[in-house]
Design a protein around this ligand. Structure first.
Ligand SMILES: [Zn+2]
Ligand SMILES: [Zn+2]
Length: 336
C-alpha cells in the first residue's frame, strides 16, 4: 500500500483556540511503534478538557483524539506482534514504563511515566498516527463498524468505573447520559441491573434516550432519586454532583467519579458520607481493562448511537458535544 508523505490533521496550536486543519508529514514509527492508517476517531469529553485548557499538560502543537480505529500499515523493527493489515484500537493510555512501582504492582493506569494518546503524544484527529505497539488493542471484526469507536474510551474507562461499584449493586445511578452511559446501560441491563439516569435539568431528550435504552427512571440531576441507590457513577463534570450523588446512595454505597476533570466539589456535611459510603475516582485504564471490556462486548451486542463528522469538522463535533446537540457519541471519519 502506498503511503503518501503528508496527511491532513486537526491541530491544537493554542489552548482555547479552535483546532486548525493542517497538512503535516506522516510520522515515522520508532522501533517499538507502528504506523496506523486511521479509519475513525471518537470525540471524547476529555478532548474538550484538553482544547479548553482544564487539562494543563498538552504537548503543543497537538493532534487530539484517543478513540482510534485504524489499520497497521508500517511497523518499527521491534514491532513484530502485530501485522500489516491488522485492525487495531488506540486508546487513551498510549504508553507505560513497565518499571515504576505502579506498573510493577499491576496498576499501570497510575504509571509515573505514562504517555497519553491525544494529550502528551499525537492522537487520532488525523489520517495517520504512530502508536506504541504494546498499547495497540487488536480488534475483532465488529469494530469495522466505525460507530464502535467510542467503545475505546467511553466503553473501556466507563467499564472500569462500572466494575469498581462491585457485583452486588442492583440500583445504579448514572449522572450524565452520553457516550459512556449509553454503553454501560446495555451491559447493566444485560446483567439485570436497574439504571437511574440523571441528566442536565430539563434535558428531556436525554431522559427519553435513557428510557429508550432501558433506564428504570430518568430525571434531572438535581432531582432526588426515587429510591436509595446502591451506587452511582458520575460521568458529568460539575463538582456539585458529588454531594448530590452521595445523598442518594444507601448505607455502604459508592460514588464513582468517572471523568478526568471535575469542577470543585462544594463542602458537605459528614452525615452524607457517614455509614460507610465512599467516593472514588477512576484514572485512565490498564490493558487488562481493555481485555475485560472486549470480552463483555463480545457477549453483549452493544449498539452506539453515533453522529459522524468528517475530520475537518472536528471543531463542530466538539462544540456539539459541549452543547449537548446530539445523543450518544460523536465520531470523526477519515476519507478513505
Ligand atoms: Zn476519552
Ligand atoms: Zn510505570
Amino acid at each position: 500500500m502506498g503511503i503518501s508523505p503528508s496527511m491532513h490533521a486537526m491541530v491544537l496550536e493554542a489552548v482555547g483556540k479552535p483546532l486548525i486543519y493542517r497538512t503535516v508529514p506522516v510520522p515515522d514509527p520508532a522501533a517499538n511503534q507502528v504506523l496506523v492508517k486511521i479509519l475513525a476517531c471518537g470525540v471524547c469529553r476529555t478532548d474538550l478538557h484538553i482544547t479548553e485548557g482544564e487539562l494543563t499538560r498538552p504537548e503543543l502543537p497537538l493532534i487530539p483524539g484517543h478513540e482510534v480505529i485504524g489499520i497497521v500499515v508500517r511497523r518499527g523493527e521491534q514491532a513484530v506482534r502485530l501485522k500489516v493489515g491488522d485492525l487495531v484500537g488506540i486508546p487513551w493510555m498510549g504508553y507505560t514504563c513497565g518499571t515504576c512501582r505502579y506498573c510493577l504492582s499491576d496498576r499501570e493506569n497510575l504509571c509515573e511515566n505514562a504517555i497519553f494518546t491525544g494529550y502528551t503524544m499525537n492522537g487520532g484527529y488525523a489520517e495517520y498516527m504512530v502508536a506504541f505497539e504494546p498499547f495497540c488493542i487488536p480488534l475483532p471484526p465488529l469494530f469495522q463498524d466505525l460507530s464502535k469507536a467510542s467503545l475505546l474510551c467511553a466503553g473501556l474507562i466507563g467499564y472500569r468505573a462500572y466494575r469498581m461499584i462491585g457485583d452486588g449493586a442492583e440500583n445504579i445511578g448514572f449522572y450524565g447520559f452520553g457516550a459512556a452511559a449509553q454503553i454501560l446501560i446495555q451491559i447493566a441491563r444485560h446483567q439485570h441491573k436497574n439504571i437511574y439516569a440523571f441528566t442536565r435539568d430539563g434535558d428531556l431528550e436525554a431522559q427519553d434516550f435513557a428510557r429508550k435504552l432501558g433506564a428504570s427512571w430518568a430525571g434531572g440531576s438535581t432531582q432526588k432519586a426515587p429510591l436509595k441507590l446502591d451506587a452511582s457513577i458520575i460521568f458529568a463534570s460539575p463538582g456539585y454532583l458529588v454531594p448530590k450523588a452521595l445523598e442518594d446512595v444507601d448505607k455502604g454505597g459508592v460514588v464513582i467519579c468517572g471523568g478526568i476533570h471535575m469542577s470543585d466539589i462544594p463542602s458537605f456535611p459528614y452525615d452524607i458520607l457517614w455509614e460507610e459510603r465512599s467516593i472514588r475516582s477512576i484514572a485512565n485504564l490498564t490493558r487488562k481493562d481493555a481485555t475485560a471490556f472486549l470480552g463483555i462486548s463480545a457477549e453483549v451486542n452493544i449498539n452506539t448511537q453515533t453522529r459522524f463528522y468528517p475530520l475537518e469538522q472536528a471543531n463542530s463535533a466538539l462544540a456539539d458535544l459541549k452543547n449537548g446537540k446530539f445523543q450518544g457519541a460523536a465520531v470523526l471519519v477519515m476519507d478513505q
